[in-house]
Ligand binder design. Structure first.
Ligand code: ATP
Length: 604
C-alpha cells in the first residue's frame, strides 16, 4: 500500500476506482446489491468471496460488459478523489471529463471499448480468451490494434507506409517484446498461442492486457490452474506491474496464498454484498470472513455447547450422540464452524483458518497442486447456523459412520422459508449466515450474532468424547436428521450409499463444493439424478439444511443436475473437470452415466 498518511488508507485517499452503490439484477436475482468500495491507486486489490458471490459480475460492470442496474463507477486518471469534478461530470450527463489532475470517467455510462481505450481499464477473463491460432506475438499486436489504426490514419498511412505508422508499428512490437520478456514468453513468441501450456497462456493474457497500457488491470482468477511455482511467478509479475509500472491491479482470486501475499487491500463479497474490507491482515482475521468465506479446516473440530446440548437431547431421545468441541481463536475470533467432516462437527480456530488462508492447505484440491484454495465457504455459514446438524456419514477418522447431530440453536433461530423467498426476490441478498439472510439491510448481522453466540461459549468438550460418540454412531442406513421437521419442505429421499460404480462428483454442480458434497452424501444424496428429481419442497429443505436458503434455486442445482445426470456438461462442470475451479474437486470421478446426450448447460 502506498500510503504516507497512515490514518487514511490509500484506497480512500487516492482511489483510482470507486464503485458506489452498485446493484446488478438479473430478473429477480440480485447478483450484486448496493456494493461500494474503492481501489487504491498503485495498490493490488483483491476481490474475494465464495462461488457465486458476485465477483465476476462486479468485473463485468466495471469493464462495461454489463450495464449496472444502479450505481456509479468512477475511474480517475490523476491523483486524489477529484470529487467536485466527479459530481460535475455526473450532473452533466457526460461520460468523462478532463480535470486539473487528469481526467475522471463514469464507467457505467461508457461502452466497453471506451472503458478499455479511454478510461484505460484492461481485463483478463476467468476462462482464457486468446486467439489460439495466432502466434503469441500476434496476440500482443492485436491488442494494440487501436493505436495502430489511429497511427495509420485508419489504414491509409499503413498502406502508404508513412513514417508515423512505421514508428507506431515499431513501438507496438517493442512493447510486445518487452512484455514477452517479462512474462517469460519470449522464447515462445512465434508459437501458436493455443500450443502454450495453461500457465503460460495465463501469463500471455496478462501480457496482452499490459500492452494496452492500462491504468487499472482487472484480473479474473489469474492463478486458477497454476502450479505452486507458477503461482509464485505470478505473484512476482503482479508486484512488478504494480511497483515498476504503477499500474493498479484489481484481482478476483480464490488462491488465498496469492491473495494474502501480494494484496494491499482485500474486499470480501458474499451473496453480492460486502462483508469485509481492509488490509489483507485485517480481512484474514475478520470473524465475518472466517464465518462466511474462509470456512474451516476439515481436520479441526469445534466445540459449540449449544450443539452439544442438542446432541445430548438427541442422545437421550434415542439418537446416537455426537460430541463437538468449541473454541475461540487465539485472536479472539469465534471458532464457529460446525461443518461436518463425515459426521464429526468441525470448525477451526481463527488461527487454523488463517493458516489455511495463507496458503498452507487446499481442501479443495486445487488444480496444479497449489495450496491455499479455500473450499466453498458455505461450510462455515452452514455450521454457524447449524447446517452441520447433519446426519452421519462415514468419517475418515472412524471406520464406522458417526451419529447424526441435531441442528445448533443458531440454526433453529433462522427461518429457512422466509430466507428462501427473500433471496430470489428483488431484495439484495443479505449476509452470509443463514440467520442473517432474511433482509438485505443487515447483511452480516445474523452471522455476527451467531458468531458472537458461539464466541461467548466456553471451550469445554474434548476429543475423546467425540471418539466415543463416533463408535456409538448408527450405520449409514439409519442416518436421519434429528429434527428434520425444523426445516421447511421435505427431506429428499436418499439412496443411503452410492450405487454400483461409485458416487457422482457433485462438485460439478456449481454451488456444491466439497463441504456441501459431504453433507449431501451424509443424507444419501450421491448422484445427479437424485438432485435432478428434487421438487420445490425438497430444494427448500436442503437449502435450509445447508444453511443458505435460496442459494440452490439461484444456482439452479436441479437444472444443472438434470444436464449432468444425462451425461451432458455445463460450462461449470467443464471447468471443474479441467481442474480450473479451485473450490471444487477436479475430474468426473465416480459413476458416469452411460447414456450420452447432447444436452448442454448454459453458464452454470
Ligand atoms: N448473465 C447472468 N444472468 C443471470 N445470472 C447471472 C448472470 N451472471 C451471473 N449471474 C448470477 O449472479 C450470481 C453471481 O455470479 P458471479 O459469476 O458474479 O459470481 P462469482 O463470485 O464470480 O462466482 P465464481 O467465483 O464462481 O466465478 C450467480 O448466482 C450467477 O448465477
Amino acid at each position: 500500500m502506498k500510503n504516507s498518511d497512515k490514518s487514511t488508507p490509500n484506497w480512500d485517499r487516492d482511489p483510482v476506482l470507486s464503485v458506489e452503490h452498485l446493484t446488478m439484477r438479473f430478473g429477480g436475482l440480485v447478483a450484486v446489491g448496493d456494493l461500494s468500495f474503492n481501489v487504491g491507486r498503485g495498490d493490488i486489490t483483491a476481490l474475494i468471496g465464495p462461488n457465486g458471490a458476485g465477483k465476476t459480475t462486479v468485473f463485468n460492470c466495471v469493464t462495461g460488459f454489463y450495464k449496472p442496474t444502479e450505481g456509479r463507477i468512477v475511474m480517475r486518471h490523476g491523483p486524489g478523489r477529484q470529487q467536485e469534478d466527479v459530481e460535475t461530470l455526473t450532473d452533466s450527463g457526460q461520460r468523462w471529463k478532463t480535470t486539473g489532475n487528469g481526467a475522471v470517467y463514469l464507467l457505467e455510462r461508457m461502452p466497453d471499448h471506451e472503458i478499455s481505450h479511454k478510461a484505460r481499464v484492461a481485463r483478463t477473463f476467468q476462462n482464457i480468451r486468446l486467439f489460439g491460432g495466432m502466434t503469441v506475438l500476434e496476440n500482443l499486436l492485436v491488442a494494440q490494434h487501436n493505436p495502430l489504426m489511429v497511427a495509420s490514419g485508419f489504414s491509409i498511412g499503413g498502406i502508404l507506409g508513412l513514417p508515423s505508422y512505421k514508428k507506431a508499428q515499431q513501438e507496438a512490437v517493442d512493447r510486445a517484446v518487452y512484455w514477452l520478456e517479462h512474462t517469460n514468453l519470449i522464447d515462445r513468441a512465434d508459437d501458436p498461442a493455443a500450443d502454450l501450456p495453461y500457465g503460460a497462456q495465463r501469463r500471455l493474457e496478462i501480457a496482452r492486457a499490459m500492452c494496452t497500457k492500462p491504468q487499472l488491470l482487472c484480473l479474473d482468477e489469474p492463478a486458477a490452474g497454476l502450479n505452486p511455482r507458477e503461482s509464485a511467478e505470478l505473484n512476482e509479475l503482479l508486484k512488478y506491474i504494480r511497483d515498476e509500472h504503477k499500474v493498479s491491479v484489481l484481482l478476483i482470486e480464490h488462491d488465498m496464498g496469492v491473495v494474502m501475499e501480494i494484496s494491499d487491500h482485500v474486499i470480501v463479497l458474499d451473496y453480492g454484498v460486502k462483508i469485509s474490507d481492509g488490509p489483507a491482515e485485517f480481512v484474514k482475521n475478520d470473524p465475518k470472513v472466517i464465518a462466511a468465506y474462509l470456512g474451516v479446516d476439515d481436520e479441526d473440530e469445534i466445540d459449540m455447547p449449544e450443539v452439544r446440548e442438542d446432541l445430548e437431547k438427541a442422545s437421550s431421545a434415542g439418537s446416537k450422540k455426537k460430541t463437538t468441541k468449541t473454541g475461540t481463536s487465539s485472536a479472539g475470533a469465534p471458532a464457529k464452524d460446525a461443518a461436518s467432516k463425515g459426521t464429526t462437527r468441525k470448525s477451526s480456530s481463527t488461527k487454523a483458518t488463517a493458516t489455511k488462508a495463507s496458503g498452507s492447505k487446499s481442501a479443495a484440491g486445487k488444480a496444479g497442486g497449489t495450496g491455499a484454495a479455500p473450499t466453498r465457504k458455505a461450510t462455515s455459514k452452514a455450521s454457524v447456523s447449524g447446517a452441520a446438524s447433519v446426519a452421519a456419514k462415514p468419517s475418515r477418522k472412524a471406520a464406522a459412520p458417526k451419529a447424526s447431530t441435531p441442528p445448533a440453536k443458531a440454526s433453529k433461530s433462522s427461518n429457512g422459508a422466509t430466507s428462501a423467498s427473500a433471496f430470489v426476490g428483488d431484495t439484495p441478498p443479505a449476509g452470509s449466515a443463514s440467520a442473517g439472510r432474511k433482509t438485505a439491510t443487515k447483511p452480516a448481522s445474523g452471522q455476527a450474532a451467531a458468531k458472537s453466540k458461539a464466541a461467548a461459549k466456553p471451550k469445554t468438550a474434548a476429543k475423546p468424547k467425540a471418539a466415543a460418540a463416533a463408535k456409538a454412531a448408527p450405520a449409514a442406513s439409519e442416518v436421519r436428521i434429528a429434527n428434520a421437521g425444523d426445516y421447511p419442505g421435505s427431506q429428499p429421499h436418499g439412496t443411503r450409499k452410492p450405487r454400483e460404480g461409485g458416487a457422482n462428483n457433485l462438485t460439478r454442480v456449481k454451488g456444491i463444493g466439497p463441504a456441501n458434497e459431504k453433507k449431501l452424501n451424509a443424507l444419501g444424496i450421491w448422484h445427479f439424478d437424485q438432485i435432478a428429481a428434487w421438487k420445490k419442497a425438497e430444494v427448500q429443505w436442503v437449502g435450509s439444511y445447508l444453511a443458505f436458503p435460496g442459494r440452490i434455486e439461484r444456482e439452479e442445482w436441479v437444472k444443472q443436475a438434470k444436464v449432468l445426470a444425462k451425461g451432458g456438461e455445463t460450462e461449470f462442470s467443464k471447468r471443474v473437470d479441467k481442474g480450473q475451479v479451485a473450490t471444487s474437486v477436479p475430474g468426473k470421478r465416480g459413476a458416469q452415466p452411460k447414456k450420452k446426450t447432447t444436452a448442454k448447460g448454459g453458464k452454470a
